[in-house]
Write a protein that binds this ligand. Structure first.
Ligand code: NG6
Ligand code: CA
Length: 521
């Protein structure tokens, strides 16, 4: 009898403990899914005002969560934004942080603190699925036929399933953990920046065979009827079709979610939509009036819907924080003749903002930014300033992880703002950059925006809705409250504000960090 009582007591204690752990886990350690679009502008979604297309799944995410009007990525090209998202450090501080070439070595050194290593330490299963574009391998670059490391697995991810660069660059193969998937050793993969043989077919020699013609660059090795940046041979069994990328990544992501449904997980779903070459699956081709650029947005919306329904099916929605963001603003002709500009009509891809990809005007970095956590984030539109670079420090705060002073140097803990807590403030200032260390910066502080162009030119103004290089003064000042399109430089009217912001920007760059140290807090 006594034994029975003891075993009942044990039973109830365990049940209580399980209950407590589940509640605690739900509150402090939700699953985290970051969905990053590629080259998506502020105005590219129907929940951000687009009328030329409809994005019901992303709209639903926004309607049930916080939709930010001042959500940013930290750079207006891919590699530096992704570097900053993962490391929480501005990319202009790092080496080789400009757009990565096909044979780039790993840009983030093994052991660097990242959003993934923070969450791994907090007990999460971590994965990146999709576009990487942060280099792979040691100083000599990727060993395509051997172990591809260091890479994501050396900076906190347990698992990766990658497009190694970006799909307008070679090679078109998947990397699973440390290996090229389905690589036949009898057909080794070679990747280089020089033509491997005089008769190697290219977008120049075989232009009439292409299914999508190039407009600038992108005229080297041909795969799937599309010529790319860079050359490659071999690895034929490993090559994918562009049309299948989205389906493959959704399937792999759902598998990852299913496998880890019992423990907290972090999934970085890194879409290639709507980067060039825009080749959505056949079932999405022609779905919008905007050409393949619009069709790729609809494809990404479908991906988001699939991920959300997997979470719902597994009863994980209420315990999952989803962040939707983009890696830089929009571009029309980025090297292929896909009619993006011709079919644009009245669609404003950057919304009310000037510039786009490659630009430090708002259109380059102010992009869709949505957070959703049903039951925890109250539906709202938030005007707080938040940035992809802040996710690292914010998830550290959420999961109770301490950051060393020399980690995540520019990541601000804006968790309250990300969760839409009333009264919680976002950033006081944010530095925007274009690419690598090219010397074009924007500093947003409140409603003021200072631009600094060290070269005196910038690819920044929308001319006939396309980007063009223009001569600009080294410094410009705008007031975003009454001039969101940054059309009226008011530097001469407000010299004292311009001076203060110039000094603030110079100090942020010179100090090597902007996140306060533990002692300063
Ligand atoms: C540019 C490419 C562009 C795109 C970009 C990277 C040319 C002329 N332009 O150099 O097509 O690949 O790099 O885009 O080659 S990103 O979104 O990955 O940063
Ligand atoms: Ca991009």
């Amino acid at each position: 009898m006594k034994l029975l009582r003891q075993s009942r007591l044990l039973h109830w204690s365990i049940a209580l403990l399980v209950c407590f752990v589940t509640v605690a886990r739900g509150a402090d350690r939700p699953n985290i899914v970051v969905i990053m679009a590629d080259d998506m502008g502020y105005g590219d979604l129907s929940c951000y005002g687009a009328t030329a297309l409809s994005t019901p799944h992303i709209d639903r995410l926004a309607a049930g969560g916080a939709r930010f009007t001042s959500g940013y990525c930290s750079a207006s090209t891919c590699t530096p934004t992704r570097y900053s998202l993962l490391t929480g450090t501005y990319a202009f501080r790092g080496e080789r942080t400009g757009i990565a070439p096909p044979n780039s070595p790993a840009i983030i050194a093994p052991g660097t603190e990242t959003i993934a290593s923070i969450l791994q330490r907090a007990g999460y299963a971590t994965a990146v699925i999709g576009k990487w574009h942060l280099g792979l391998g040691g100083p000599d670059g990727p060993d395509w036929n051997g172990d591809l490391k260091p890479g994501p697995l050396e900076i906190g991810f347990d698992h990766c399933f990658l497009l190694p660069t970006t799909n307008d660059r070679v090679p078109q193969v998947y990397v699973q953990d440390h290996r090229v998937l389905n690589l036949d050793p009898a057909d080794p993969l070679w990747v280089g920046d020089k033509k491997p043989s005089p008769d190697h077919p290219t977008g120049i020699t075989h232009r009439d065979t292409l299914k999508m013609d190039w407009s600038h660059g992108h005229n080297s090795t041909i795969h799937n009827g599309i010529s790319r940046i860079g050359f490659y041979t071999g690895g034929h069994a490993a090559r994918f079709r562009d049309e299948d990328l989205a389906d493959e990544w959704v399937q792999r992501s759902v598998e990852f979610i299913e496998k880890h449904r019992e423990r907290p997980f972090f999934l970085f779903f890194s879409s290639h939509d709507l980067h060039v070459p825009r080749i959505p699956h056949e079932r999405f081709q022609g779905k919008t009036s905007l050409g393949y650029r619009g069709d790729s947005i609809v494809q990404l919306d479908w991906c988001v819907g699939e991920l959300m329904s997997a979470l719902e099916r597994l009863e994980l929605s209420e315990n999952t924080l989803v962040v939707f963001c983009s890696d830089n603003g929009p571009v029309m002709d980025d090297g292929y003749q896909d009619q993006a500009l011709e079919k644009l009509g009245t669609h404003r891809a950057a919304g009310p903002y000037s510039g786009g990809k490659y630009s430090v005007y708002e259109g380059g970095t102010r992009t869709p930014f949505i957070t959703s956590w049903p039951g925890r984030i109250r539906p709202q539109i938030s005007d707080e300033v938040v940035c992809t670079i802040d996710l690292a420090a914010s998830v550290a705060a959420l999961t109770g992880q301490t950051l060393a002073d020399d980690a995540c140097l520019d990541s601000m803990n804006v968790l309250g703002a990300l969760l839409g807590n009333s009264g919680a403030a976002g950033r006081e200032h944010l530095v925007q950059q274009d690419n690598g260390r090219s010397g074009s910066y924007g500093l947003r502080a409140g409603d003021w925006k200072l631009l600094r162009h060290d070269r005196g030119t910038s690819r920044n103004l929308v001319v006939e809705r396309e980007l063009a290089n223009t001569d600009v003064p080294k410094f410009q000042l705008f007031n975003l409250a009454d001039d969101p399109a940054e059309e009226r430089n008011v530097l001469e009217q407000h010299p004292e504000i311009a001076e203060k912001l110039q000094q603030q920007l110079a100090a942020i760059i010179a100090d090597g960090r902007s996140r306060p140290t533990g002692a300063e807090k």
